[in-house]
Design a protein around this ligand. Structure first.
Ligand code: ACO
Length: 454
């Protein structure tokens, strides 16, 4: 099939959030630490009625309803998550309850920290391009509930689910052959302690892993890009000898990063840009404020210097700031975070300006798995459906309920206490959920989970 990619997207977030300014006060940290220091505004969190399964059920049912897709037209369904609720049964299996008598559906869950959604996406795209494809569409859901124990990592939580409908002749096409990965055995963030819902995290190490992964992935992506377009570039430079050459990074209209918190993305952008300057200095002839870094040692510490950040501000505003609205207002959705960035970008400009835009995607999951790939908004494709479907997102974000920090703390403590406990009866009010939401009704004494739709 031609033009395989994303046909439509749907995002679901919990009904409640906490303001990061309130949290700064509550935690007794200096004013601005979470909002300026981490770059976050609001953090979504789940009540005891919401969990990763309910978020996925809502996301898939809304996606199917809004796109008027029949369940019988889905041949593959995959979930990427690092918040499993069962060590054997996949969330994908729990979603099959939506598929009334349409049981011929491949796919299971993918797990590796924040990378599972990307793994699921790559798998489903591969299925669509394979000899096993039977002409039907695929769905990928990336969903997580990110919570941390009390301490420095807690304000970098979040929660949400993004469901994507995939198929041929898509408006968002994954660029063929253009993909690179960096995978290694690290212990920067992991969940080896099965007795708690919180990860063990070494924040500083995880940040170093993130930058190392970003550099290695981009370096390899760039090589593949140059190889693929060697002939085109040669003919381009012959015919357009007056225009300055473009670095690989300069071919993008947007760069979406996995977004644990805004400040990390801001630094990641700087890191990538400075490396690009060093790899292709000739393409930055007109950028004297960047050219001065050609021989610098680009270390993680250097990224905290205000001057360095300032020197990349103009480019950041153009390429990555438009991808940050959802991540800043929801928090880290782990596997769904990068797709929240993609949705932010799609909502950032009028639809008629989107055709032909090229979007870079950097996906990172601790432990670690990472990939750099790209998406082209296919010129001539009908974008209205895709983008119209997303118009409710900013409204939904504003219609959420702001919770007090005490409510936030109590909810997290109650989740801690309820973790691994059966039977369990949630007590929060179903009224405090968006219309059509799925929610947890109870867990019985044998750990079976029961859900209903509002
Ligand atoms: N005003 C403005 N800025 C401030 C203020 C203030 N009042 N106070 C602190 N800051 C700045 C600091 O200078 C620092 O900036 P810098 O990064 O430019 O140096 C920033 O705020 C953060 O402050 P730290 O003291 O470094 O914060 P802390 O050590 O408490 O925690 C961390 C930060 C490590 C990111 C923690 O939140 C964490 O572990 N998070 C989870 C791990 C994570 O998200 N890793 C990313 C990749 S892996 C993944 O996605 C899970």
């Amino acid at each position: 099939p031609d033009h395989v990619g994303i046909l439509a997207l749907e995002i679901v977030v919990p009904y409640t959030y906490v303001n990061q300014t309130d949290l700064e006060l509550h935690d007794g940290v200096s004013k601005g630490k979470y909002t300026i220091g981490l770059g976050q505004e609001r953090m979504a969190f789940c009540s005891d009625r919401e969990d990763v399964v309910s978020l996925c059920l809502t996301a898939v049912s809304l996606l199917m309803h809004r796109t008027r897709t029949s369940y019988s037209n889905i041949g593959r369904l995959e979930v990427g998550t690092e918040t499993p609720v069962d060590k054997s049964k996949s969330i994908k299996s729990m979603l099959m309850r939506l598929f009334d008598n349409c049981n011929n559906v491949e796919g299971v869950d993918s797990t590796n920290a924040c990378y599972g959604g990307t793994a699921a996406l790559f798998n489903s795209i591969a299925w669509l391009e394979s000899s096993a494809w039977d002409g039907r569409l695929a769905i990928v859901v990336a969903a997580d509930v990110a919570t941390y124990a009390r301490g420095g990592a807690r304000p970098t939580g979040g929660a949400g689910a993004v469901a994507m409908l995939l198929g041929p002749n898509a408006p968002l096409v994954l660029d063929r052959e253009l993909r690179a990965s960096h995978m290694a055995d690290t212990y920067d963030f992991y969940k080896g302690d099965m007795g708690t819902n919180y990860p063990t995290v070494d924040g500083k190490v995880s940040i170093r892993c993130y930058f190392e992964a970003l550099y290695n992935c981009y370096y390899l992506y760039r090589k593949r890009f140059l190889k693929k377009f060697a002939d085109t570039n040669n003919s381009e430079s012959n015919t357009q000898s007056n225009t300055s050459p473009k670095s690989v990074l300069q071919h993008f209209d947007a760069i979406v990063f996995h977004s644990p918190y805004g400040k990390l993305v801001r630094k990641a952008f700087t890191w990538l840009t400075l490396h690009d300057v060093q790899l292709d200095a000739k393409c930055y002839d007109n950028e004297s404020n960047l050219l001065k870094y050609v021989n610098s040692d680009i270390s993680v510490n250097m990224l905290s210097e205000l001057g360095v950040i300032k020197d990349t501000e103009k480019l950041f505003k153009k390429l990555t700031a438009p991808t940050q609205k959802l991540p800043k207002n929801i928090g880290n959705m782990y596997t769904a975070s990068i797709f929240g960035g993609l949705i932010s970008y799609l909502l950032s400009k009028p639809t008629n300006e989107m055709a032909g835009k090229r979007i870079a995607m950097f996906s990172f999951g601790s432990g670690m798995c990472s990939s750099f790939y790209s998406i082209t908004i296919r010129p001539g494709a009908k974008l209205e459906t895709l983008i119209d479907l997303l118009q409710h997102v900013p409204v939904m974000l504003e219609n959420r309920q702001s919770a007090s920090t005490v409510e936030f703390e109590n909810t997290l403590t109650n989740r801690e206490l309820a973790y691994n406990k059966a039977p369990f009866e949630p007590t929060s009010n179903v009224d405090n959920l968006f219309p059509d939401s799925w929610y947890l009704t109870h867990i019985d004494s044998t750990f079976k989970r029961y859900y209903a739709q509002k």
